[in-house]
Structure formats: structure tokens, C-alpha cells
Design a protein around this ligand. Sequence first.
Ligand code: FAD
Length: 465
Amino acid sequence: MIDRLDLFVIGGGSGGVACARRAASYGAKVALAEDSRLGGTCVIRGCVPKKLMHYGAGVPHELDVARDMGWSFGEVRHDFRFFLEARNREIARLEDIYQGLLDRSGVRVVKARARVAGRDGEDFVVEAGQERFRTRRVMIATGGTPYVPDLPGIEHVVTSDHVLEDVYDRPGRVAVIGAGYIGVELGCVFHGFGAKTTLILRGDAPLRGFDEDLRHQLNQQIAESGVEIMPRSVVTSIERTADGLVLHGLERSVTADLVLYATGRRPQPRTSGIGLEALGIEMDYEGAILVDETYTSNVPGLLAVGDCSDHAGHGLDSGQHDLTPVAIAEGRAVAERFFNNRIQRVRYDTIATAIFSSPEAAACGMTEVRARAEGHDVLIFKANFRPMRTTMGQHAHRTFMKLVVDKHTDKVLGCHLVGPDTPEIIQMVAAAMTAGATKADFDDTVAVHPTAAEELVTMYQPVQD
Ligand code: FAD
């Protein structure tokens, strides 16, 4: 047993690393355990490899736009394995950077699975690999894992973990089951790389929880780009045949070389079997640790942030919570409160989120449905146009913009965008909304011309009900 720690962090992903580094910067004695690769989901098998694949898959569209502008090329070829290997080299570089950041912060890193072994008076005892630690506080930041339903043939399918971390041959036909943002993004990625792609979803349109207009605009544009979308469909079994994997239970059977399940992520099983049950930690049915506004569980000193945690009252529409910057903000808020005596609240109401699909989409704040459900009398402003960059040819995505405004206070409650560069645009809309911007503030802002974003400050006429 080594000397008593101030904090032991279980999980070296976005939330855990942010918390450990910030706490150590205030002189706390901190150790962190990671049983896979430092960086966690975001760096190793989430945001970063996904965005690199989004860039790679977008190149054929760029070439189409270039042709519309008079460029011509010889035969265009792509080496998929070369691309995945280059992607993985970049991820390995980032992983090393994480190790260096923790080392320089003075955080002791243990590359092992950790569990809370029990109590020693007021302290917790944590086991990681062969080592035992005594610590005043434990932070659980174990993230989530893909959830896959149990049905015949499920052993043939893959999840985002495989698609984003491994190296494999380019599939000719891909079926994606599930149309949350991960399913939509990866479906568009494979389509961009030339696979015949089918997106299979239970509901009417992708991205449940997002604004209805955003969902339907994106649905239409993705379908027009050539992705086959099968709404109101449930796969009941998967069969391996000589021709590929056959999905049964659908209106017509679908055969694919790669079947990707993107049917949600859960904190379990990572929050199971690590000593939390014995301590009587309260969790929800998916294994999320229930915490209060200080990210403390029902057991004082045992904290949780990021994807493995849940706390009531953050007022989010679904799809806006399990995100890297949220985990980081929560991790830092914990370090500030307990090691710097400073209360730093996370603003959940203006968290912006992006969908790196083709075309891209982004949102911040309330959907129209939610705003009305919460009793706001709303004005809706919309714009729908062809972005200038693609007006000279055949290969245009359309851009859609929507503002949800409170009629009485004039406050901008929500912003929902579809189109190129909208993830870049939404960040500054979120800053304005965090500052409490009204529609009049948007109107008083002189436009940058010619841009797509200028539409947001020149939408004068609300849509009539
Ligand atoms: P994680 O980053 O998952 O880290 C948890 C870590 O804990 C893991 O490294 C795990 O190995 C480790 N661990 C678990 N149990 C133990 C144990 N007992 N002992 C030791 N170590 C343990 N978010 C965005 O903001 N933007 C995006 O574009 C985006 N894209 C995504 C794309 C995909 C495909 C996925 C899956 C996620 C994406 N996310 C995105 C979500 C984002 O990755 C997560 O919200 C974020 O990583 C959560 O951070 P975390 O610290 O809670 O957990």
C-alpha cells in the first residue's frame, strides 16, 4: 500500500484525465488507472478517428465539386488500408501525448483495471493490477460501451469500436443498424468510401431527440445522396451465407459484408464488478451512477463524471449529453470544487452538438417541440438555400437553418442547422446563447458576406403557424 492519495481516478478518458490533471495542478496527490489505452473513447475509438474518417470519406464529394468548377483528373483511386493505418498512427501519437500530459502533471498512471476494494475508516481502498492504494476520494470515469441486442447471429456484427480502431478491408456493402448520431455518421462515412450503405432504424427518421426539422432535412439529403434508409424496421436475426451477412425480419432482406450495430451505449458492464455494488452506490437500469450537482454519488467521496454518470435536472434533450467536452467540463468542475475550493458550474442548457454526416448538421439548445412543451410561446425562423460553393454544379447539399425564439423575452432558445460547416458555425452560436443573446442581438449583428452563417443574423420574418 502506498501513501494516502487525495484522489484515485478510474478511467483515463476525457473526464478522468481532465479531472486528474486539474486536481494535480492544485497540488493534490493523484493516481489514475486505465485498463486499455489512454485517451479513452474519444481519442481511441470515438470522436477523433471518426472525424478523420469523415474527412477521408468527404474527398469524393470535393472532387465532384472540383469537376463542377472545371477541374479534371485521371483515374481516381483510394487505398483504404493505407488510410486506416495512417489514421491509427495519428491516434497512437495522441495517446502518447496523453501519457506525457499526465506524467508532466505529476499524476501517477497505472495501466491496469481498477476496482474499489472497500473502506479503511474514512478512506477508500482501490486495487489496480498488483497495487493497492488508500485514497480520500475516488472518481469513477469509466465511460460507456456499445450496447448490442441479443438476437440470433449477433456474433457476426461489429460496433463502432471495431470500425474505428481496427484495420480491415473496405466493405462493398454495409448495413448500419441504429440511427443515432454514431450510426448516421458512420453510415455516411462508408457511403463516402463507396460502399452500398443501408441505414436501418426503428423510428421514422434518424436522430431521435433532435429537432424534427433537422431530422427530416438530414433524412432527405442523406437519402438523396444514395444511402438507402429503411425506417420502421427491426432486424430479428442475422445469417452468414456464401454471399454475405443476411439480415432477416425486414420488409425485404438485406445482404451486407459488414453489419454495424449502433444501437446506443451504456455504462454497464464497466460500472459492474468494480466494487460499487458492495458500497451500495445507486445506479440506474443501464448502470449509470446517479450523482448530485457536485458529481457525488450517494456515498460521500465517491464521485462520477462523463458517460458513466447521470444526474437529474440538467434539462437536456437526448443526444446532447454523452459528449467529450461535457465529460471534460464535469471532470474539471470536480477538481475545482474539491481541490481549489471553487464552484464551477457546467452550463448544460447551451451545449452545442454536431453530427459529422454528409451533409453535416449541428444543434444547440431546445428543439421546437421541447420549447413548446416547456410552455414557451415561440417564434420560428427558418432559411433553406443552396450554399454558394456548390451553386455552379450538380453536387449541391442544401443548407437549412432554424432559430427557436421565445416570443415574450426574445431570447434565442434553440438553433438547428443542416449543411456544410454547420459544426463550425454552431460553436459561436452557442457562445452567443450562453451569453443570453436575444433575436434582436442577432439582428443587430452586421453580417459577414458572403457566408452561409450570415443567414442567422438576417432572418427577419418568422414562419407563420
Ligand atoms: P471514456 O472516454 O469512455 O473513458 C473511459 C475510460 O475508462 C476508457 O479508456 C476505459 O478503458 C477506462 N476504464 C473503464 N473501466 C475501467 C477500469 N475498471 N479500470 C481502468 N480503466 C477503466 N463526443 C463528442 O463530443 N464529439 C464527437 O464527435 C463524438 N463522437 C463519438 C463517436 C463515437 C463512435 C463514440 C463511441 C463516441 C463519440 N463521442 C463524441 C462521445 C465521447 O467519446 C464520450 O462522450 C467521451 O469519450 C466520454 O468520456 P468519459 O471520460 O466519460 O469516458
